[in-house]
Ligand binder design. Structure first.
Ligand code: ADP
Length: 170
């Protein structure tokens, strides 16, 4: 039974989600089962040049997670650990696809732990079905009018079609 002393376990899944893929969605669904509340935090990155605006990325995520009551969508531009404090979250969720992901992820997890030692990073292994899948691969395929039907939810497929309706070079 839940008492008033029960501390809500809040996790944050940060990323660019430009756009969200079935690989991300799989991590969202699986990690939402492990926590009271999962916040998908969309990074408002100024260094990368995103295809979708922060608002579009948040809107798409809201649509595709509508059936998951304990998942909410938020945006952040602050230091991740500071954003987490403001949301009472102490666990970061990251997906791992390959050994190459691992090196970078280990560095990020160690940095965040250094910045705030109350924060832990939990890694989820990719669903092997999606181990090759990334947002950049999806954009590359869509740009050349290839089918992304099995890689992203219909909401994303439609928006990609709209963005790339003019063949490249025209
Ligand atoms: P970043 O811009 O930091 O790479 P992304 O938005 O691409 O962030 O991804 C956010 C998180 O989702 C990262 O932890 C990444 O490893 C994970 N991820 C991306 N694609 C997949 C996938 N196909 N399977 C599992 N995890 C994934």
């Amino acid at each position: 039974m839940m008492t008033s002393e029960h501390k809500q376990r809040v996790a944050v899944y940060p990323g660019s989600f430009d756009p969200v893929t079935y690989g991300h969605l799989d991590i969202i669904r699986r990690s939402a089962k492990q926590f009271d509340h999962l916040i998908v935090a969309v990074l408002n990155n100024t260094s990368k040049n995103p295809l979708f605006t922060l608002e579009e990325r948040k809107e798409i995520l809201t649509e595709v997670t509508a059936d998951l009551p304990n998942v909410s969508i938020d945006g952040f531009r602050d230091l991740l650990v500071r954003f987490m404090k403001s949301r009472n979250a102490d666990v970061i969720i990251r997906g791992i696809r390959s050994v190459t992901d691992f090196e970078y992820e280990l560095q990020m997890a160690s940095t965040n732990h250094h910045l705030d030692n109350e924060i832990d990073t939990i890694f989820m292994m990719t669903n092997p079905k999606y181990s090759y899948l990334s947002s950049s691969i999806v954009k590359e395929i869509a740009k050349f009018q290839g089918s992304v039907h099995e890689l992203v939810p219909p909401e994303v497929e439609q928006r990609l079609l709209a963005k790339y309706s003019t063949p490249p070079g025209e």
